[in-house]
Design a protein around this ligand. Structure first.
Ligand SMILES: *[C@@H]1O[C@H](CO)[C@@H](O)[C@H](O)[C@H]1NC(C)=O
Ligand SMILES: *[C@@H]1O[C@H](CO)[C@@H](O)[C@H](O)[C@H]1NC(C)=O
Length: 608
């Protein structure tokens, strides 16, 4: 509790300082100051009238918020949460002024259509409030779990913060329809990692690998590849300790994700230049060697910083200085004439850290063998990294995973990775119950996880295809689907891809079965796409497919960084069985804390 009060004081204090110097501009933490208070912030509305700051107290399981609002004097302001950013079925704290000019702060929820009801249990605790002219600032606290079913449960992963504002003073909140007022939402990782970033060494430098005025094609999906050669200083080994996006202004909505791949060829080999679509038949064959992931970024991601003990190796006498930048342009509006020079900024140092870090792909193979039927509210697919593969691919002492980026395309709603040892489930690697393809950060894990040879990692994605008429196939296009967890770990091992899909033969028998016993137009002469599209996707057929995926053996991609499979037989691989699952997560509910329906807040006329 003391910690929390202290935090609030600090937070208010900091905001005070800012208001003098830079009330309207974005304020960022000084990068090197590790002693800075760990607060976070986000713009809520497009005009930055509502700016939210927050700190997380993991001991008390409480978030303390502070809002700086530029609204008229008696306007009411609501800030809260909902599952996916909608203002209906949301949970908010509303600050409002009644007809007697008294300020009130109340816990409310909205129904299916956005109508407000005041909550019986008040879980919005106003801590402080200041009003000066058109700027209102107030702080409140909220438990992660209030144990009130009308309240949103704050979880790890993505949180959709919703807001609404309207004219005041008003007589009461009940009956206001927030859907009819100004409202919106912002995605954030609310329960952020509060470990400070390690300081950068003195000799830290940056380099940006970016496109050079690429004319973005007017088609929905383009994977654009450009070959780059790193400067001679990379003849020596360096460690990348941070990477971030460098998106050209105006391209923000267009660049869906970017990756920098290293070309796995001899250091002195010269490669032919290339810029153009990644899958162009004119792209020289040898450039297929450019497939080891060095850095990745996807829409919404903040800079990713390595832990103090590890860095991503780059350069050295054996290291080819060629890298390939791949930019996924997503252009559904088929815009023409866009010229883009976006790329990825690498922060690196020659002062090597203890371990070399690596990136590994978990989840589903990029293949049309896996598919999601239409009109499904919640269809699950699971990709397996089986024990047989980690046994041949990982070092005896295992690896430590410290970061993760979850990845699906448009229909993904939830992603998590389970960790199995023997047949017992260990705590999950990570989970996002409110995943959005528009917010794919590479996140430092709050708890680093050691994976031993023989462990299995099961990555599950949930999809909603309610608004789709046709089956959604696995694949590269944004309209197709993926299920991937890119994990960042040390020490670097040779295992780069540990993913699965349904065993090919079993899928073939399924299509034969659907023809023979279900009268579907599947056929042995059709390809996988066409076969899936030939099936009439009734709910019964969708359920049957789900059961097939849940029981069929796997075809494994257990690949080395060279791109070759590890030796072994990787078809018909049995699924990982979980005989001892984790007990369901207990919610820590106490009966204390609930009670008052609202708190009167005295208006403080700021004397600053
Ligand atoms: C669905 O598939 C059919 C047949 O393949 C195609 O003609 C139609 O355009 C597709 N509909 C949508 C919405 O993609
Ligand atoms: C894995 O290895 C196989 C065999 O070399 C190859 O066909 C496949 O493309 C590889 N997959 C990935 C994702 O690298």
């Amino acid at each position: 509790m003391l910690l929390r009060c202290l935090g609030v004081l600090l937070l208010l204090h900091i905001v005070d300082l800012w208001s003098v110097t830079a009330d309207n501009s974005l304020i960022t933490l000084p990068e090197r100051d590790t002693n800075a208070v760990l607060y976070f912030e986000t713009v809520l509305d497009p005009n930055d009238k509502l700016h939210l700051y927050w700190i997380v107290d993991y001991e008390e399981e409480t978030v303390t918020f502070e809002l700086r609002a530029r609204v008229s004097d008696h306007d009411w302001i609501g800030v809260g949460f909902s599952d996916r950013g909608e203002i209906n079925n949301a949970d908010l704290c509303i600050l409002w002024t009644d007809r007697k000019r008294k300020n009130r702060f109340q816990d409310v929820y909205t129904d299916e259509s956005g109508f407000v009801t005041v909550d019986d249990h008040d879980d919005c605790h106003l801590l402080s409030m200041k009003r000066r002219g058109f700027v209102t600032r107030y702080a409140w606290s909220r438990k992660f779990d209030t144990c009130d079913n009308q309240d949103y449960y704050l979880e790890d992963g993505t949180t959709h913060i919703v807001y609404a504002v309207g004219r005041g003073p008003i007589r009461r909140l009940d009956g206001i329809n927030l859907a009819k007022e100004i409202h919106g939402f912002q995605r954030v990782q609310l329960l952020k990692n509060v470990m400070p970033n390690p300081p950068f060494p003195e000799d830290t430098k940056t380099i940006t690998i970016h496109n050079d005025k690429v004319a973005v094609p007017n088609v929905e999906t383009t994977y654009y590849c450009t070959l780059h050669r790193l400067p001679p200083e990379f003849e020596n080994k360096n460690h990348i300790i941070q990477y971030s996006s460098a998106i050209q202004e105006g391209s923000e909505g267009l660049v869906h994700h970017m990756e920098v791949f290293h070309c796995e060829v001899e250091a002195d080999k010269k490669l032919p230049p290339w810029k153009g679509p990644c899958s162009s038949p004119e792209k020289p064959k040898i450039l297929e060697a450019c497939k080891r992931v060095l850095a990745a970024w996807a829409m919404g991601a903040l800079p990713f910083t390595y832990p103090e003990e590890a860095g991503l190796p780059i350069g050295g006498p054996e290291f080819s200085r060629y890298v390939m930048l791949e930019v996924h342009y997503n252009n559904p509006e088929l815009k023409e004439g866009v010229i883009d020079s976006s790329g990825i900024k690498l922060t690196y140092t020659p002062s090597l850290r203890e371990y070399d870090a690596g990136v590994m792909e978990l989840g589903l193979e990029y293949t049309n063998k896996m598919a999601i039927p239409p009109h499904q509210a919640d269809f699950k697919l699971t990709g397996y990294c089986v024990a047989e593969c980690t046994r041949v691919g990982l070092p005896a002492k295992g690896i430590v995973i410290f970061g993760s980026q979850l990845h699906t395309h448009l229909t993904g709603t939830k992603v998590y990775t389970k960790h199995i040892r023997g047949s017992a489930e260990l705590p999950e690697l990570n989970r996002d119950n409110h995943y959005s393809t528009h917010f794919q950060e590479i996140r430092r894990l709050k708890r680093q996880v050691r994976i031993l040879p023989g462990d299995s990692l099961l990555t599950t994605c949930h999809y909603s295809t309610m608004d789709r008429e046709n089956i959604t196939l696995g694949g590269y296009a944004i309209s197709e689907e993926m299920c991937v967890n890119y994990v960042h770990y040390y020490p670097k091992s040779d295992l780069e891809v540990c993913k699965s899909s349904i065993d090919t033969k079993v899928l073939g028998s399924y299509f034969r079965y659907m023809k023979q016993y279900n009268d579907e137009a599947t056929s042995e002469s059709k390809g996988v796409d066409e076969n899936y599209q030939s099936i009439h996707w009734s709910q019964a057929n969708a359920d049957f497919l789900y059961h097939l995926y849940s029981s069929a053996p796997l075809s494994m991609q257990c690949n080395q960084s060279s791109g070759d499979r590890f030796p072994g037989y990787w078809n018909g691989t049995p699924k990982t069985e979980i005989l001892y699952p984790l007990p369901p997560q207990k919610r820590r509910c106490t009966s204390a804390g609930a009670g008052k329906s609202y708190i009167d807040a005295e208006e403080e006329e700021g004397e600053e």
